[in-house]
Design a protein around this ligand. Structure first.
Ligand code: ZN
Length: 253
């Protein structure tokens, strides 16, 4: 396996993942911590945290791409937990690269598009405007299914335990917004969506879904956001002669 200059990798990712599509994302997308100038092994993870950084160091990762980075809206001081986390990265010469909203939205590597194909749905369209983009996607089953059967499929394919609320519809056209995306429900009606899948449960979603008669599935924030980083890892191994490793740290939430 070879190595790659850090600069080259960063500029490739920034263009390939469409970072410029979300200029107002609260996450400072892109390179957040600069480590080794030459990259030999790339780690992929959902969250930037001690556990993941230690695993990355153990596995000799020198470039870590995450969905939830360390820098949100700017840094006021490098103290406490932030100091500890940044120190851990710098001590091991590990770069940290974050890709938040672009990795939910991306038509190919995005969490939502990846979930749609993982769940065996054919592409029907995009919905759920957020930061000026339709961030969610919806897809159709070949044949409608009972909600319970569809949930079994979700749990099996995502390795999760979903919570769901049945508002009496059969499952045929499923809207997907990973993470904490419940508010896209407002847009679901216009797209004839019968079942809405997101990560985190939200109290506010209940009455809205009840009135729209749309079933709800909460499959977990973590479980709905691993597919994007995994897809980026697979793309990078195809594109470059470099080793990658997915660092799993499920929260069950
Ligand atoms: Zn998230």
């Amino acid at each position: 396996m070879g190595s790659l200059p850090l600069k080259k990798l960063v500029s490739f990712l920034t263009s390939e993942l469409g970072l410029s599509e979300f200029p107002r994302d609260e996450s400072a997308n892109g390179l957040q911590v600069e480590g080794s100038r030459s990259v030999r092994k790339i780690g992929l993870a959902v969250d930037a945290c001690d556990y993941v950084f230690n695993k990355a160091a153990e596995q000799q990762v020198d470039f870590l791409l995450v969905h939830h980075g360390l820098v949100w809206g700017g840094i006021r001081a490098v103290t406490g937990i932030l100091r500890k986390r940044i120190k851990l990265l710098l001590d091991h010469d590990i770069s940290l690269y974050a890709c938040h909203l672009p990795l939910d939205w991306h038509p190919e590597y995005g969490n939502n598009a990846q979930l749609r194909s993982l769940l065996g749905l054919s592409r029907a369209g995009e919905f759920g405007e957020y930061h000026g983009k339709r961030i969610g996607c919806h897809g159709r089953l070949n044949k409608e299914m009972a909600l319970n059967d569809f949930i079994l499929r979700v749990d099996k394919r995502l390795g999760t335990t979903s919570r769901s609320i049945d508002f009496g519809r059969k499952v045929k056209n499923v809207g997907i917004v990973s993470g904490g995306g419940w508010s896209a429900l407002y847009d679901a009606e216009c797209h004839d969506i019968d079942t809405f899948l997101t990560g985190e449960p939200s109290h506010s979603a209940y009455t809205l879904a009840e009135e729209l008669k749309i079933n709800l599935i909460f499959a977990g924030h973590y479980a709905t956001e691993t597919a994007g980083v995994r897809a980026v890892g697979a793309m990078l191994t195809k594109k470059f002669p470099i080793e990658t490793a997915f660092i799993d740290h499920p929260t069950g939430l």
